[in-house]
Design a binder for this molecule. Sequence first.
Ligand code: IMP
Ligand code: MG
Length: 183
Amino acid sequence: MKDVKNIDDFKSKIKRVVISKEEIDAAIKKAGKQISDSYDGKPILLVSVLKGSFVFMADLCREITVPCEIGFMCAESYYEGTVSSGNVKITMDLKQDISKYHVIIVEDIIDTGRTLNEIVALLKGRNPLSLKVVTLLDKPSRRMVEFKADITLFTIPDYFVIGYGLDCGEYYRNLPYIAEYNG
Ligand code: IMP
Ligand code: MG
């Protein structure tokens, strides 16, 4: 990000902590148990939508106590600062044949709904045994296309958030908590 020039600049953009690491951990434990209970004995493929969901995926999969496989795909929605341009591009596809799996898409945040709308349509076309979506965050007030996740850990109002995998201009993914961006 061009305007982050030094550590003071970097810190000044972190307005306030919105969801602490402890709150995230507790919610993930609960989601992990819910998934473990309902998918016991089924072939599961957790699909992480990169890059934003990599931290959530890493923590969620370790709270799942039944056998599961992991897959990655990369979707880029182009942002002008903190505003989505509306274009979604799949830049890396899954390697697995998903017709053999109960697929759970693991997403960082649902904003306009466009990214998941495209990914769900794409993956449904490949006939998975079932398809569900778990998202860490949801901003329902910003929807442009209708979309509802099967499991939502936190619903937040319309402000831009960073941390725990979420970026602004590729920075801040490494914050251990979710913060409001001081844009
Ligand atoms: P959608 O297609 O508008 O639903 O947006 C999905 C993608 O936009 C997410 O996977 C994020 O990568 C990004 N995004 C949306 N809102 C935020 C935010 O508040 N902070 C960081 N990234 C966001
Ligand atoms: Mg992003």
